[in-house]
Design a protein around this ligand. Structure first.
Ligand SMILES: [Zn+2]
Length: 482
Protein backbone atom coordinates (compact mmCIF):
# COMPACT_ATOMS: atom_id res chain seq x y z
CA UNK A 1 0.00 0.00 0.00
CA UNK A 2 1.19 3.51 -0.86
CA UNK A 3 0.41 6.36 1.50
CA UNK A 4 1.15 10.02 0.77
CA UNK A 5 1.17 12.56 3.58
CA UNK A 6 0.72 16.07 2.30
CA UNK A 7 0.93 19.61 3.53
CA UNK A 8 2.62 19.51 6.89
CA UNK A 9 6.00 20.75 7.99
CA UNK A 10 7.99 17.60 7.32
CA UNK A 11 11.00 16.85 9.50
CA UNK A 12 13.13 15.40 6.73
CA UNK A 13 16.76 14.34 6.59
CA UNK A 14 19.55 16.25 4.85
CA UNK A 15 21.96 13.34 4.86
CA UNK A 16 23.62 14.50 8.07
CA UNK A 17 20.83 16.01 10.16
CA UNK A 18 17.11 16.62 10.46
CA UNK A 19 15.87 19.48 8.27
CA UNK A 20 12.44 21.08 7.90
CA UNK A 21 10.46 20.92 4.67
CA UNK A 22 7.53 23.39 4.83
CA UNK A 23 4.36 22.31 3.00
CA UNK A 24 6.09 18.99 2.40
CA UNK A 25 5.05 15.57 1.27
CA UNK A 26 6.15 12.11 2.36
CA UNK A 27 5.51 9.06 0.23
CA UNK A 28 5.62 5.62 1.73
CA UNK A 29 5.43 2.41 -0.21
CA UNK A 30 4.87 -0.66 1.91
CA UNK A 31 7.16 -0.46 4.91
CA UNK A 32 9.58 2.06 3.41
CA UNK A 33 9.82 5.82 2.90
CA UNK A 34 10.29 6.36 -0.83
CA UNK A 35 10.16 10.14 -1.11
CA UNK A 36 10.51 13.16 1.18
CA UNK A 37 10.09 16.59 -0.37
CA UNK A 38 7.51 18.94 -1.81
CA UNK A 39 6.22 16.99 -4.81
CA UNK A 40 2.63 15.89 -4.21
CA UNK A 41 1.99 14.28 -7.58
CA UNK A 42 2.92 10.67 -6.88
CA UNK A 43 0.07 8.19 -7.06
CA UNK A 44 -1.04 6.75 -3.72
CA UNK A 45 -3.73 4.46 -2.37
CA UNK A 46 -4.35 6.87 0.45
CA UNK A 47 -3.56 10.54 1.02
CA UNK A 48 -3.40 11.94 4.53
CA UNK A 49 -3.84 15.69 4.92
CA UNK A 50 -1.30 17.01 7.41
CA UNK A 51 -1.73 20.72 6.68
CA UNK A 52 -0.86 22.81 9.71
CA UNK A 53 0.75 19.84 11.45
CA UNK A 54 4.25 18.49 11.72
CA UNK A 55 5.28 15.17 10.25
CA UNK A 56 8.06 13.74 12.36
CA UNK A 57 10.10 10.59 12.28
CA UNK A 58 8.71 8.17 14.84
CA UNK A 59 10.42 8.56 18.20
CA UNK A 60 12.69 5.91 19.67
CA UNK A 61 11.99 5.33 23.36
CA UNK A 62 14.87 3.50 25.04
CA UNK A 63 13.07 2.62 28.27
CA UNK A 64 9.57 1.16 28.35
CA UNK A 65 9.00 -1.60 30.90
CA UNK A 66 6.10 -3.66 29.78
CA UNK A 67 6.36 -6.59 32.08
CA UNK A 68 5.77 -5.24 35.53
CA UNK A 69 2.40 -5.70 37.08
CA UNK A 70 0.30 -2.82 35.92
CA UNK A 71 -0.82 -2.09 39.47
CA UNK A 72 2.71 -1.66 40.76
CA UNK A 73 3.78 0.40 37.87
CA UNK A 74 0.90 2.82 37.77
CA UNK A 75 1.66 4.06 41.26
CA UNK A 76 2.11 7.71 40.39
CA UNK A 77 4.56 8.55 43.12
CA UNK A 78 6.32 6.41 45.67
CA UNK A 79 7.10 7.41 49.20
CA UNK A 80 10.06 9.65 49.64
CA UNK A 81 10.05 9.11 53.40
CA UNK A 82 11.62 5.73 52.77
CA UNK A 83 14.01 7.01 50.17
CA UNK A 84 15.96 3.85 49.49
CA UNK A 85 12.73 1.96 48.95
CA UNK A 86 11.36 4.67 46.73
CA UNK A 87 13.10 3.72 43.55
CA UNK A 88 12.46 0.60 41.55
CA UNK A 89 13.16 -1.47 44.67
CA UNK A 90 9.54 -0.93 45.61
CA UNK A 91 8.54 -2.99 42.62
CA UNK A 92 11.52 -5.26 42.39
CA UNK A 93 12.44 -6.20 45.95
CA UNK A 94 9.52 -7.88 47.68
CA UNK A 95 9.74 -9.84 50.90
CA UNK A 96 11.35 -13.09 49.85
CA UNK A 97 8.60 -15.34 51.10
CA UNK A 98 5.97 -13.04 49.63
CA UNK A 99 7.11 -13.26 46.03
CA UNK A 100 4.11 -14.18 44.01
CA UNK A 101 3.80 -14.15 40.29
CA UNK A 102 0.67 -12.51 38.92
CA UNK A 103 -1.27 -14.72 36.51
CA UNK A 104 -0.18 -14.50 32.86
CA UNK A 105 -3.43 -12.76 31.90
CA UNK A 106 -2.71 -9.90 34.33
CA UNK A 107 0.84 -9.61 33.05
CA UNK A 108 -0.43 -9.53 29.48
CA UNK A 109 -2.68 -6.57 30.29
CA UNK A 110 0.23 -4.70 31.84
CA UNK A 111 2.39 -5.37 28.83
CA UNK A 112 -0.27 -4.34 26.40
CA UNK A 113 -1.13 -1.19 28.29
CA UNK A 114 2.48 -0.02 28.54
CA UNK A 115 3.36 -0.77 24.94
CA UNK A 116 0.19 0.92 23.73
CA UNK A 117 0.69 3.97 25.94
CA UNK A 118 4.18 4.51 24.56
CA UNK A 119 2.99 4.06 20.97
CA UNK A 120 0.00 6.35 21.40
CA UNK A 121 2.32 9.07 22.72
CA UNK A 122 4.59 8.94 19.69
CA UNK A 123 7.18 6.21 20.33
CA UNK A 124 7.13 4.05 17.21
CA UNK A 125 10.12 2.08 18.51
CA UNK A 126 10.58 1.02 22.11
CA UNK A 127 13.35 -0.77 23.94
CA UNK A 128 11.71 -2.97 26.55
CA UNK A 129 14.14 -3.94 29.32
CA UNK A 130 11.48 -6.29 30.72
CA UNK A 131 10.90 -6.83 34.37
CA UNK A 132 8.88 -9.90 35.19
CA UNK A 133 7.72 -13.32 34.11
CA UNK A 134 4.69 -14.14 31.97
CA UNK A 135 3.97 -16.05 28.80
CA UNK A 136 6.34 -15.10 26.01
CA UNK A 137 3.89 -16.16 23.32
CA UNK A 138 1.48 -13.55 24.73
CA UNK A 139 4.19 -10.95 24.35
CA UNK A 140 4.77 -11.77 20.72
CA UNK A 141 1.03 -11.69 20.04
CA UNK A 142 0.68 -8.27 21.71
CA UNK A 143 3.44 -6.76 19.59
CA UNK A 144 1.66 -8.13 16.55
CA UNK A 145 -1.66 -6.70 17.62
CA UNK A 146 -0.59 -3.20 18.66
CA UNK A 147 1.59 -2.55 15.63
CA UNK A 148 4.63 -0.86 17.21
CA UNK A 149 8.29 -1.72 16.82
CA UNK A 150 9.77 -3.38 19.91
CA UNK A 151 13.23 -4.55 20.98
CA UNK A 152 12.88 -7.18 23.67
CA UNK A 153 13.85 -10.46 25.24
CA UNK A 154 13.22 -11.57 28.82
CA UNK A 155 15.72 -10.12 31.32
CA UNK A 156 17.89 -12.22 33.59
CA UNK A 157 20.35 -11.75 36.46
CA UNK A 158 22.66 -13.74 38.71
CA UNK A 159 21.50 -12.04 41.92
CA UNK A 160 18.04 -11.18 43.17
CA UNK A 161 17.10 -8.37 45.50
CA UNK A 162 14.79 -8.90 48.44
CA UNK A 163 13.55 -6.96 51.41
CA UNK A 164 13.88 -8.48 54.87
CA UNK A 165 11.45 -8.21 57.79
CA UNK A 166 13.08 -4.94 58.88
CA UNK A 167 12.72 -3.27 55.49
CA UNK A 168 16.37 -3.74 54.55
CA UNK A 169 17.30 -4.63 51.00
CA UNK A 170 19.77 -7.38 50.33
CA UNK A 171 21.23 -9.11 47.32
CA UNK A 172 21.17 -12.87 47.12
CA UNK A 173 22.93 -15.00 44.57
CA UNK A 174 20.53 -17.14 42.60
CA UNK A 175 21.17 -20.86 42.74
CA UNK A 176 21.11 -20.98 38.95
CA UNK A 177 23.33 -17.85 38.69
CA UNK A 178 21.04 -16.49 35.98
CA UNK A 179 22.27 -18.85 33.30
CA UNK A 180 18.89 -20.44 32.47
CA UNK A 181 17.58 -16.86 32.14
CA UNK A 182 20.29 -16.00 29.63
CA UNK A 183 19.55 -19.22 27.76
CA UNK A 184 15.83 -18.40 27.71
CA UNK A 185 16.59 -14.97 26.27
CA UNK A 186 18.86 -16.48 23.60
CA UNK A 187 16.15 -18.96 22.65
CA UNK A 188 13.53 -16.21 22.54
CA UNK A 189 15.71 -14.20 20.18
CA UNK A 190 16.45 -17.20 17.97
CA UNK A 191 12.75 -17.93 17.70
CA UNK A 192 11.21 -14.46 17.43
CA UNK A 193 13.86 -12.00 16.23
CA UNK A 194 12.37 -10.51 13.08
CA UNK A 195 8.78 -11.58 13.82
CA UNK A 196 5.90 -9.44 12.57
CA UNK A 197 7.82 -8.31 9.48
CA UNK A 198 10.79 -7.32 11.60
CA UNK A 199 8.84 -5.22 14.10
CA UNK A 200 9.89 -7.52 16.93
CA UNK A 201 13.65 -7.42 17.37
CA UNK A 202 15.86 -9.17 19.87
CA UNK A 203 17.97 -7.38 22.44
CA UNK A 204 19.75 -8.95 25.41
CA UNK A 205 18.69 -7.63 28.82
CA UNK A 206 21.12 -8.45 31.61
CA UNK A 207 18.89 -6.74 34.15
CA UNK A 208 20.98 -4.44 36.34
CA UNK A 209 24.69 -3.78 36.69
CA UNK A 210 24.82 -4.82 40.33
CA UNK A 211 22.66 -7.94 39.90
CA UNK A 212 24.86 -9.40 37.17
CA UNK A 213 28.17 -10.94 38.16
CA UNK A 214 31.22 -10.35 35.93
CA UNK A 215 31.11 -13.73 34.20
CA UNK A 216 27.41 -13.29 33.36
CA UNK A 217 28.20 -9.92 31.79
CA UNK A 218 31.00 -11.44 29.72
CA UNK A 219 28.75 -14.27 28.56
CA UNK A 220 26.06 -11.72 27.69
CA UNK A 221 28.45 -9.70 25.56
CA UNK A 222 29.54 -12.87 23.75
CA UNK A 223 25.94 -13.98 23.21
CA UNK A 224 24.92 -10.56 21.85
CA UNK A 225 27.81 -10.69 19.40
CA UNK A 226 26.91 -14.20 18.32
CA UNK A 227 23.23 -13.28 17.86
CA UNK A 228 24.10 -9.88 16.36
CA UNK A 229 21.71 -8.01 18.68
CA UNK A 230 22.09 -4.97 20.95
CA UNK A 231 22.30 -4.99 24.76
CA UNK A 232 20.50 -3.04 27.45
CA UNK A 233 21.47 -2.95 31.10
CA UNK A 234 20.30 -0.72 33.95
CA UNK A 235 23.31 1.09 35.34
CA UNK A 236 23.97 4.28 37.25
CA UNK A 237 20.30 4.65 38.07
CA UNK A 238 20.40 4.71 41.85
CA UNK A 239 22.76 5.26 44.75
CA UNK A 240 22.30 1.78 46.18
CA UNK A 241 23.69 0.22 43.03
CA UNK A 242 26.66 2.58 42.90
CA UNK A 243 27.65 1.71 46.48
CA UNK A 244 27.06 -2.00 46.00
CA UNK A 245 29.44 -2.16 43.04
CA UNK A 246 31.94 0.10 44.76
CA UNK A 247 31.92 -2.11 47.85
CA UNK A 248 32.30 -5.38 46.02
CA UNK A 249 34.46 -4.48 43.02
CA UNK A 250 36.11 -1.28 44.30
CA UNK A 251 35.35 0.66 41.14
CA UNK A 252 32.55 2.84 39.82
CA UNK A 253 29.85 1.19 37.76
CA UNK A 254 31.14 2.43 34.38
CA UNK A 255 34.52 0.83 35.02
CA UNK A 256 32.83 -2.35 36.20
CA UNK A 257 30.90 -2.59 32.95
CA UNK A 258 33.90 -1.67 30.81
CA UNK A 259 36.10 -4.26 32.50
CA UNK A 260 33.52 -6.96 31.85
CA UNK A 261 33.11 -6.28 28.16
CA UNK A 262 29.57 -4.98 28.22
CA UNK A 263 30.19 -1.50 26.78
CA UNK A 264 30.03 -1.04 23.03
CA UNK A 265 28.29 0.92 20.26
CA UNK A 266 25.17 -1.23 20.50
CA UNK A 267 24.90 -1.11 24.30
CA UNK A 268 22.36 1.09 26.04
CA UNK A 269 22.89 1.94 29.69
CA UNK A 270 19.54 2.65 31.28
CA UNK A 271 19.98 5.92 33.24
CA UNK A 272 23.76 6.20 33.84
CA UNK A 273 23.19 9.35 35.87
CA UNK A 274 25.09 8.28 38.98
CA UNK A 275 28.80 8.31 38.29
CA UNK A 276 31.81 9.26 40.35
CA UNK A 277 31.86 13.01 40.71
CA UNK A 278 28.07 13.28 40.73
CA UNK A 279 27.12 15.97 43.23
CA UNK A 280 25.29 13.44 45.38
CA UNK A 281 28.04 10.85 45.38
CA UNK A 282 31.00 10.99 47.72
CA UNK A 283 33.40 9.49 45.24
CA UNK A 284 35.63 11.35 42.80
CA UNK A 285 34.99 11.48 39.10
CA UNK A 286 37.46 9.43 37.14
CA UNK A 287 37.51 8.69 33.46
CA UNK A 288 33.93 7.52 33.34
CA UNK A 289 32.62 9.90 30.70
CA UNK A 290 35.72 9.29 28.60
CA UNK A 291 35.22 5.54 28.92
CA UNK A 292 31.60 5.89 27.91
CA UNK A 293 32.45 8.11 24.95
CA UNK A 294 35.23 5.85 23.69
CA UNK A 295 33.06 2.75 23.95
CA UNK A 296 30.29 4.27 21.84
CA UNK A 297 27.69 3.08 24.35
CA UNK A 298 24.50 5.11 24.62
CA UNK A 299 23.09 6.52 27.83
CA UNK A 300 19.37 5.78 27.92
CA UNK A 301 18.50 9.01 29.68
CA UNK A 302 15.17 9.11 31.57
CA UNK A 303 15.16 12.60 33.11
CA UNK A 304 11.64 12.57 34.52
CA UNK A 305 12.19 9.37 36.47
CA UNK A 306 15.40 10.76 37.98
CA UNK A 307 13.72 14.07 38.82
CA UNK A 308 11.01 12.19 40.71
CA UNK A 309 13.79 10.73 42.80
CA UNK A 310 15.32 14.19 43.34
CA UNK A 311 18.45 13.69 41.32
CA UNK A 312 19.57 14.36 37.77
CA UNK A 313 22.07 13.38 35.16
CA UNK A 314 24.84 15.99 35.44
CA UNK A 315 24.34 16.97 32.76
CA UNK A 316 22.90 16.30 29.32
CA UNK A 317 25.17 18.99 27.87
CA UNK A 318 28.24 17.86 29.81
CA UNK A 319 27.81 14.29 28.59
CA UNK A 320 27.40 15.49 25.01
CA UNK A 321 30.45 17.72 25.32
CA UNK A 322 32.43 14.70 26.52
CA UNK A 323 31.35 12.82 23.41
CA UNK A 324 28.90 10.50 25.19
CA UNK A 325 26.00 9.28 23.07
CA UNK A 326 22.55 9.93 24.52
CA UNK A 327 19.12 8.54 23.76
CA UNK A 328 15.91 9.15 25.66
CA UNK A 329 13.52 6.88 27.49
CA UNK A 330 10.50 7.37 29.70
CA UNK A 331 10.77 4.46 32.16
CA UNK A 332 7.89 5.58 34.36
CA UNK A 333 4.43 6.87 33.49
CA UNK A 334 3.58 8.93 31.57
CA UNK A 335 5.24 7.13 28.69
CA UNK A 336 5.36 10.44 26.85
CA UNK A 337 8.58 10.79 24.89
CA UNK A 338 7.66 14.34 23.81
CA UNK A 339 7.43 15.57 27.41
CA UNK A 340 10.63 13.66 28.13
CA UNK A 341 12.49 15.84 25.61
CA UNK A 342 11.39 18.89 27.58
CA UNK A 343 12.53 17.40 30.89
CA UNK A 344 15.90 16.53 29.35
CA UNK A 345 16.30 20.10 28.17
CA UNK A 346 15.04 21.93 31.27
CA UNK A 347 16.82 19.78 33.82
CA UNK A 348 20.14 20.12 32.02
CA UNK A 349 19.70 23.90 32.03
CA UNK A 350 18.97 23.81 35.76
CA UNK A 351 22.00 21.67 36.52
CA UNK A 352 24.33 23.82 34.45
CA UNK A 353 22.64 27.12 35.32
CA UNK A 354 22.66 27.78 31.61
CA UNK A 355 19.43 29.10 30.14
CA UNK A 356 20.54 28.33 26.61
CA UNK A 357 21.69 24.78 27.31
CA UNK A 358 20.34 21.45 26.03
CA UNK A 359 18.82 22.99 22.93
CA UNK A 360 15.66 21.49 21.43
CA UNK A 361 17.63 20.15 18.45
CA UNK A 362 19.88 18.14 20.77
CA UNK A 363 17.10 16.51 22.76
CA UNK A 364 15.12 15.89 19.55
CA UNK A 365 18.19 14.15 18.14
CA UNK A 366 18.44 12.05 21.30
CA UNK A 367 14.80 10.97 20.98
CA UNK A 368 15.21 10.02 17.33
CA UNK A 369 18.63 9.29 15.81
CA UNK A 370 20.29 8.86 19.23
CA UNK A 371 18.00 5.97 20.13
CA UNK A 372 18.17 4.52 16.63
CA UNK A 373 21.97 4.49 16.70
CA UNK A 374 21.94 2.72 20.07
CA UNK A 375 19.92 -0.04 18.46
CA UNK A 376 22.23 -0.15 15.45
CA UNK A 377 19.49 1.09 13.11
CA UNK A 378 20.12 3.98 10.74
CA UNK A 379 16.78 3.26 9.07
CA UNK A 380 14.88 4.45 12.15
CA UNK A 381 14.53 7.88 13.75
CA UNK A 382 14.81 9.81 10.47
CA UNK A 383 12.57 10.48 7.51
CA UNK A 384 14.91 9.64 4.65
CA UNK A 385 14.41 7.69 1.46
CA UNK A 386 14.95 4.04 2.28
CA UNK A 387 14.16 4.45 5.98
CA UNK A 388 11.41 2.46 7.64
CA UNK A 389 8.01 4.08 7.26
CA UNK A 390 7.70 4.97 10.95
CA UNK A 391 6.34 8.46 11.53
CA UNK A 392 4.02 10.55 13.63
CA UNK A 393 1.80 13.47 12.73
CA UNK A 394 1.51 16.04 15.51
CA UNK A 395 -0.96 18.88 15.73
CA UNK A 396 0.59 22.00 17.23
CA UNK A 397 -2.19 24.36 16.19
CA UNK A 398 -4.13 24.15 19.40
CA UNK A 399 -4.70 26.62 22.24
CA UNK A 400 -2.00 24.76 24.14
CA UNK A 401 0.67 26.45 22.04
CA UNK A 402 0.39 29.98 20.71
CA UNK A 403 1.47 31.03 17.31
CA UNK A 404 4.48 28.95 16.40
CA UNK A 405 7.59 30.17 14.68
CA UNK A 406 9.66 26.99 14.87
CA UNK A 407 7.79 23.71 15.29
CA UNK A 408 10.65 21.71 16.85
CA UNK A 409 11.40 24.40 19.42
CA UNK A 410 7.67 24.60 20.17
CA UNK A 411 7.28 20.84 20.40
CA UNK A 412 10.13 20.51 22.89
CA UNK A 413 9.14 23.56 24.94
CA UNK A 414 5.38 22.97 25.08
CA UNK A 415 4.48 19.68 23.49
CA UNK A 416 2.77 16.59 24.79
CA UNK A 417 2.17 13.09 23.54
CA UNK A 418 -1.52 14.02 23.60
CA UNK A 419 -0.86 16.16 20.51
CA UNK A 420 0.07 13.09 18.48
CA UNK A 421 -2.79 12.44 16.08
CA UNK A 422 -1.48 9.79 13.74
CA UNK A 423 1.14 7.09 14.21
CA UNK A 424 2.41 5.03 11.31
CA UNK A 425 4.73 2.07 11.85
CA UNK A 426 6.14 -0.06 9.07
CA UNK A 427 3.83 1.73 6.66
CA UNK A 428 0.67 0.89 8.62
CA UNK A 429 -1.54 3.46 10.35
CA UNK A 430 -1.76 2.18 13.93
CA UNK A 431 -3.06 5.32 15.66
CA UNK A 432 -5.52 7.67 14.00
CA UNK A 433 -7.29 10.72 15.44
CA UNK A 434 -5.36 9.97 18.64
CA UNK A 435 -6.88 6.50 19.03
CA UNK A 436 -5.64 3.03 18.30
CA UNK A 437 -6.75 1.83 14.90
CA UNK A 438 -6.32 -1.75 16.08
CA UNK A 439 -7.56 -2.22 19.64
CA UNK A 440 -10.37 -0.97 21.86
CA UNK A 441 -8.58 1.66 23.92
CA UNK A 442 -11.40 2.10 26.46
CA UNK A 443 -11.56 -1.63 27.12
CA UNK A 444 -7.80 -1.84 27.61
CA UNK A 445 -7.86 1.08 30.02
CA UNK A 446 -10.66 -0.52 32.04
CA UNK A 447 -8.70 -3.77 32.25
CA UNK A 448 -5.57 -1.92 33.33
CA UNK A 449 -7.51 -0.01 35.95
CA UNK A 450 -9.02 -3.19 37.37
CA UNK A 451 -5.58 -4.82 37.45
CA UNK A 452 -4.11 -1.82 39.24
CA UNK A 453 -6.86 -1.79 41.83
CA UNK A 454 -6.33 -5.50 42.51
CA UNK A 455 -2.62 -4.95 43.08
CA UNK A 456 -3.16 -1.88 45.27
CA UNK A 457 -5.81 -3.62 47.36
CA UNK A 458 -3.40 -6.46 48.07
CA UNK A 459 -0.32 -4.32 48.58
CA UNK A 460 -0.04 -4.86 52.36
CA UNK A 461 0.57 -8.56 51.77
CA UNK A 462 3.89 -7.93 50.09
CA UNK A 463 5.17 -4.96 52.07
CA UNK A 464 7.79 -5.75 54.73
CA UNK A 465 5.75 -3.95 57.37
CA UNK A 466 2.29 -4.80 56.08
CA UNK A 467 1.65 -1.22 54.99
CA UNK A 468 -1.20 -0.33 52.70
CA UNK A 469 -0.74 1.74 49.57
CA UNK A 470 -2.31 4.69 51.41
CA UNK A 471 0.26 4.39 54.21
CA UNK A 472 3.18 4.19 51.83
CA UNK A 473 1.90 6.87 49.50
CA UNK A 474 -0.39 9.22 51.38
CA UNK A 475 -3.06 10.82 49.20
CA UNK A 476 -2.66 14.49 48.31
CA UNK A 477 -5.78 15.39 50.32
CA UNK A 478 -7.91 13.43 52.75
CA UNK A 479 -11.11 11.91 51.39
CA UNK A 480 -14.43 12.91 53.00
CA UNK A 481 -16.16 9.85 54.44
CA UNK A 482 -19.93 9.99 54.64
ZN1 LIG B 1 14.08 0.39 34.10
Amino acid sequence: MKIRIDGGVVVGWSGTSHELVPDGSVLIDGDTVTSVGSDKSAAADRVIDAAGKIVCPGFVNLHVHSQLNVGDYLLPDVTKKDYLAANWFVFGAPLKEKVETPPPAAIAIGRKYALYSALRNGSTTVLDPGGGPGALEDYVAIVGQLGGRVFFSPPYRSHDIFTDGEGRHYYEEREDKGRPGLQRAVEFIKQYHGAHSGRLQGILNPAQAETCEPSLLKESAAAAKELDVPIHIHAGGNFREFLQILNIYRKPVVEYLADNGILGPRTTLGHMAITGGHSRVDYPRGDELKLLAESGATVGHCPYKCAKMAFALESFDQYLAAGVRIGLGTDTYPLDIIAEMRYASLISRLIDKNASGARPAEVFNAATIGGARALGRDDLGRLAVGAKADLVIINLRTPRYGPIRDPINALVEYGSGADVETVIVDGVVVVEHGRSARIDEAELFAQAEAGAKRAWDNWAGRDWNGRTVEQIIPPAFPTRRN
